[in-house]
Ligand binder design. Structure first.
Ligand SMILES: Cc1cc2nc3c(=O)[nH]c(=O)nc-3n(C[C@H](O)[C@H](O)[C@H](O)COP(=O)(O)OP(=O)(O)OC[C@H]3O[C@@H](n4cnc5c(N)ncnc54)[C@H](O)[C@@H]3O)c2cc1C
Length: 377
């Protein structure tokens, strides 16, 4: 018998993970996604999956599939200077009693395909081209209307609609908007060079370059650039700007710049935004997860990891508490400090990369976050 009906608004990484987790504990789950299909809702190139992401994915039956198409690495990363000389190793965290690796990397389309297949397998219904418009809640349920004129009534609504969440205003007392942190991320897929067997960081004079393995033969180059929020740019202009930023680099970054950044390169440029919503993350029967409540800049590769963890914890508390109110209170209690630590540490790493926190030790800060994330959920 179903425990009740849940509408998940947003079919991103967080929404799909939450849908799977809630189905697994017996809820009837519908996901609405405004994009027309699973492919069009995916932006960007690859994704870093730290050990805590893999543990959460394991709980929803997706970790093995991610590792089988990705690149499970034996260590988290290594730091090099701008010229390419080795500086420090970053071994990453382990979870006692678990054989999960410290890191897996894979492409975003592959992750989306895995989550979508699992959501279908456990019986979640996914409706594409369906945009949330409005909701009204009472003590017994939530009435939701969609942009196509359809509507439905549900026991619970999960807002998993990302950093510009429209559900958020139905939960928070005050309007909240993400803040552009003054950095944007360039990313581009390249063939995996043998030394990209973990995250390779190379510290430049004005920003951080890095490499992430996302398959046996595939990796991506990223560069966190200090710049005004990017406006519209042609592909050629974006590529040229990246080449300018990478000009000071030797070592691996210099080699990749000179070998792979040509006219056929597809460079993705994304502004880095941060947001942490004050608790509680629910109002009545409506609850928020993922970037809708904690948008995390990419410096620790933890944004999607936290969205997946949100879904796993939400399902756990909804299955184990007698009433929704105490379940949602427990959810925010278990999630808030953990997400705040990551939002704030990621921001500090960004400030340090932009030369504003000279005393900051980013390797120690990263190690602390990785060790904390490996603690029990
Ligand atoms: C440059 C960059 C690199 C990153 N790299 C990593 C990384 O390596 N590892 C990592 O863990 N995290 C990373 N992140 C963060 C990660 O991408 C996000 O934290 C994660 O995607 C959040 O998932 P989400 O499901 O909460 O939101 P989203 O992925 O934004 O999904 C929200 C979904 O809701 C849909 N939607 C929105 N409004 C509506 C509506 N009204 N009706 C219906 N549907 C709606 C959207 O179409 C979308 O599909 C990175 C972020 C950036 C910017």
């Amino acid at each position: 018998m179903s425990r009740g009906t849940v509408l998940v608004i947003g079919g991103g990484i967080g929404g799909l993970s939450t849908a799977i987790a809630l189905r697994q504990v017996g809820y009837t789950v519908e996901v609405v996604e405004r994009s027309p299909d699973l492919h069009s809702s995916v932006y960007g190139v690859g994704i870093i999956q730290p050990i805590n992401a893999l543990r959460a994915l394991d709980a929803i039956g997706c970790a093995d599939a991610c590792m089988s198409v990705g690149y499970p690495a034996t260590a988290w990363g290594a730091m090099y200077d701008v010229g390419g000389s080795f500086v420090r190793d970053m071994p990453g965290a382990r979870i006692p009693g678990s054989d999960l690796p410290p890191l897996n990397g894979l492409t975003r389309p592959a992750l989306h395909a895995i989550l979508t297949a699992r959501a279908n397998e456990v019986g979640a219904v996914i409706r594409y081209s369906t945009e949330f418009a409005d909701l009204g809640a009472d003590d017994a349920g939530v009435d939701v209307s969609f942009a196509d004129g359809s509507s439905g009534r549900y026991d619970v609504v999960v807002g998993a609609d990302g950093v510009r969440s429209a559900v958020r205003r139905h939960v928070l007392a005050e309007e909240l908007q993400p803040v552009y942190i003054g950095q944007s991320a360039f990313r581009i897929n390249i063939p995996r060079e043998p030394e990209i067997d973990r995250i390779i960081l190379q510290e430049g004079p004005e920003g951080m370059a890095g490499f992430v393995p996302i398959g046996p033969d595939l990796a991506y180059l990223f560069y966190n650039a200090q710049m005004d929020r990017p406006g519209r740019m042609s592909d050629e202009e974006t590529l040229e700007l990246l080449r300018e930023h990478l000009a000071p680099f030797g070592g691996l970054t210099g080699r990749v710049r000179d070998t792979y950044l040509d006219g056929s390169s597809q460079v993705v440029l994304r502004p880095e935004e941060a947001l942490i919503s004050p608790a509680p993350w629910h109002a009545g029967r409506v609850v928020l997860i993922g970037d809708a409540v904690h948008a995390i800049t990419p410096h620790l590769g933890q944004g999607a990891a936290q969205a997946i963890e949100d879904g796993v914890v939400l399902a756990e508390v909804m299955a184990s508490h007698e009433d929704l109110e105490s379940a949602f209170v427990a959810y925010t209690e278990r999630r808030y400090e953990r997400c705040k630590l990551i939002v704030e540490t990621s921001l500090a790493i960004g400030e340090w990369e932009m030369g504003r926190l000279s005393e900051f030790d980013n390797v120690t800060a990263t190690n602390h976050v990785l060790a904390t994330m490996a603690l029990p959920l």
